[in-house]
Design a protein around this ligand. Structure first.
Ligand code: MN
Ligand code: MG
Length: 658
């Protein structure tokens, strides 16, 4: 028997009264609830990732697009107007910005300590939360101590300490579900009891992503298997309505065993009335999901049930309105509406405006933690043996790119363990993000040898990309590098001072690949144009491509560590159209670099000169870089570079003898 009933007639009537009128979203139901009807407003935050203050600690600057202190303003608004409301968090609160790293790596969690994001959540006043996959990043001991400070229930049904014959017989890490006893005020201002069942789920992929913390301690069950087992039990225990806290994305409608993004088939589980979703860092309802099977992306329905996803880092509050009707002492859902409320908006000139102000009590409660985090990002957390700068990143193997490559490879090696890809050679691709160009002559990475602070990592890795691994052939590795080599103009042998760099080619598409050695022959035309279009099918600039000193043949196989942008087709690189992805990491490249530095203490980012230009007799080229490059030119060992005067617009000109 489906608990979730709604006639087609009442649905149409509801839609017609609200058509084109998001303005009545303020009171979509309360004003119309009659005796025996009650409006319940469910609010969701998800993927907060320790963003409490509207502040970007990497950039060391205020940021209007993030922060629970801001989302809390929407929450306060809704509470002031809604008759009945619940506030739920959907997980990934404990990790993901330098405040989280500061607590985990520096201050630590002792028995009785309060984690700042928990302090903030206690201040806002949540009714419940579930665990996201990132809750496991710092280990189980850290997790348990952090959760102990919450003054609201935290639930997760599919993380298991000891498996029983079916999920309901499991011993779970934390309670699988909770049934809240609440009073609902109806349309005639009478109050009635309601039992709200809440159950939480996390992607079972945590067992791969955090194997070193979890293996031998917990296992993770399939989300759908777990839901199907527990939901009837929650009904039996008297839950009037059941809301799934699904730290899982909105993906395929076809259930597969162990699926990561299971919210669509989860919505089809009989007895679940509504879902809060997350993990994907996207917004629902939104046109993003227009073509998804079983999804109504406009009205926020999955299999006809209301669902929301409140962005990430506090960017949006998800809001689900339920109109409940009381019949024979039981509540049932008769109508729904879904919206999200953003905390900021992007203007036409790309600037950002805040739409709400911070709640002062949230800032006050975490002011000390904020100050300590600022001090943490500004002081040394590690050392670099070599300067990390990008002044010559386009003409020689370069330490600022090398460190990204090294950290990616270190991470992917761990992630490939125990998979069918273990044992394949692992390469790592990275490009200089800050390398002059339209950013101007000061737009370079420049971290001197010595102390490295967390805020320097933003300089090493500009974008909040996540790590990916692709599995490709030797032929694709070569073409990937041919695509990169389009960075350069063709140079006639024996010519002098040809401009080296093609100004229409962005530096972030100049991927250097570590783990192989190769030369770039500038006397040849580029195989690919600046957008990745095939220009000269028979051309080849990449020479002497070798792995472990042996020539790379077309049919060899490699794992390449890269980022989500490249792996999903960004820049149109051969071998990177999305179809070759074998691993999608939950971690950002930036987080991986921080972890690498913290774990290593002193890093040795010295470039290994694994790529060079092929020598061309009596040939020189010129290129522009930042004037500060002069301080480092003598350190260049693998290439013959010397100053050649001033360039345009404040740049300095250098000459390279090939
Ligand atoms: Mn997340
Ligand atoms: Mg290298």
């Amino acid at each position: 028997m489906s608990h979730f009933k709604r006639s087609a007639m009442s649905r149409r009537a509801f839609l017609s009264t609200t058509a084109g009128a998001s303005m009545i979203a303020l009171h979509p139901f309360s004003a119309r609830a009659s005796a025996g009807q009650a409006h319940l407003r469910i609010m969701e935050t998800t993927d907060l990732h320790v963003h409490v203050w509207p502040y970007d600690y990497y950039a060391d600057k205020p940021r209007d697009t993030v922060g629970l202190a801001r989302t809390a303003a929407h929450i306060a608004d809704i509470r002031s107007e809604a008759t009945n409301s619940l506030l739920l968090d959907n997980g990934d609160f404990l990790q993901g910005n330098p405040m989280g790293d500061y607590i985990a790596y520096e201050r630590g969690m002792k028995e009785g300590d309060l984690h700042p994001v928990i302090t903030a959540m206690n201040t806002v006043g949540f009714d419940a939360s579930t665990l996201g996959n990132h809750e496991f990043n710092y280990g189980l001991d850290f997790l348990v101590k952090s959760l102990a400070g919450a003054n609201f229930p935290i639930i997760s049904a599919n993380v298991v300490k000891s498996e029983g014959s079916d999920p309901t017989k499991d011993e779970t890490l934390i309670p699988p579900y909770v049934i809240l006893d609440r009073m609902l005020t109806d349309g005639s201002r009478e109050t009635h009891p309601i039992k709200v069942g809440l159950i939480g789920f996390v992607p079972p992929q945590i067992m791969n992503w955090d194997r070193k913390h979890l293996e031998g301690n917990v296992t993770a069950r399939d989300i759908l298997e777990t839901a199907s087992a527990y939901v009837p039990q929650m009904r039996e225990e008297g839950a009037d309505i059941i809301i799934a806290l699904s730290h899982s994305g909105i993906g395929s409608a076809n259930a597969t065993d162990g699926m990561e993004n299971a919210s669509v088939p989860l919505a089809a589980v009989d007895g679940i009335d509504a879902l809060v979703t997350g993990h994907s860092h996207l917004v629902f309802p939104s046109p993003t999901y227009a073509d998804f099977a079983a999804v109504d992306a406009e009205n926020g329905l999955i299999h006809g049930k209301p669902a929301t996803m409140g962005g990430f880092w506090g960017s949006h509050l998800g809001v689900i309105d339920l109109m409940l009707e009381r019949e024979a002492g039981e509540w049932r859902v008769v109508n729904t509406a879904v919206e999200t409320r953003p905390i900021s908006k992007r203007n036409e000139d790309r600037s950002v405006s805040a739409l709400v102000e911070s709640q002062q009590d949230v800032l006050d409660a975490t002011a000390t933690d904020h100050e300590e985090t600022l001090a943490y990002v500004r002081r040394a957390v590690g050392k670099t043996a070599a300067p990390l700068h990008s002044y010559f990143a386009l003409v020689a193997d370069d330490p600022s790119v090398q460190i990204v490559s090294i950290a990616q490879k270190w991470y992917i090696e761990e992630m490939m363990k125990g998979t069918e890809h273990e044992g394949l050679p692992i390469l790592s691709a990275a490009a200089p993000f800050k390398a002059g160009g339209r950013g101007g002559p000061e737009y370079y990475t420049d971290v001197p040898a010595g102390d490295v602070a967390i805020k320097n990592v933003a300089d090493l890795y500009l974008y909040p990309n996540t790590v990916r691994a692709v599995r490709i052939s030797g032929a694709e590795v070569k073409d990937w590098l041919e695509r990169s080599a389009g960075m350069f103009n063709q140079v006639a042998v024996g010519s002098s001072d040809t401009p080296l760099l093609n100004p229409s080619f962005p530096s972030y598409n100049f991927d250097v690949m570590d783990g192989v050695t190769y030369e770039i022959d500038l006397s040849q035309p580029s195989k690919f144009g600046p957008k990745g279009e095939m220009e000269n099918p028979d051309a080849s600039r990449i020479k002497n491509l070798a792995y472990n000193g042996q020539p790379v043949t077309d049919d060899m196989e490699f794992i390449v560590a890269t980022n989500n942008y490249r792996a999903s087709g960004g820049g149109s690189f051969p071998g990177a159209d999305g179809s070759t992805v074998v691993f999608e990491a939950p971690d950002t490249n930036r987080d991986v670099i921080v972890r690498y530095i913290v774990e290593q203490g002193t890093i040795q980012p010295s470039a290994d000169a694994n790529w060079t230009f092929a020598p061309l007799a009596n040939t020189s080229v010129v290129f522009e870089t930042g004037p500060k490059a002069a301080d480092y030119v003598d350190d260049l060992k693998s290439v013959d570079v010397s100053p050649a005067g001033d360039g345009a617009d404040g740049f300095a000109l250098f000459r390279l003898n090939l």
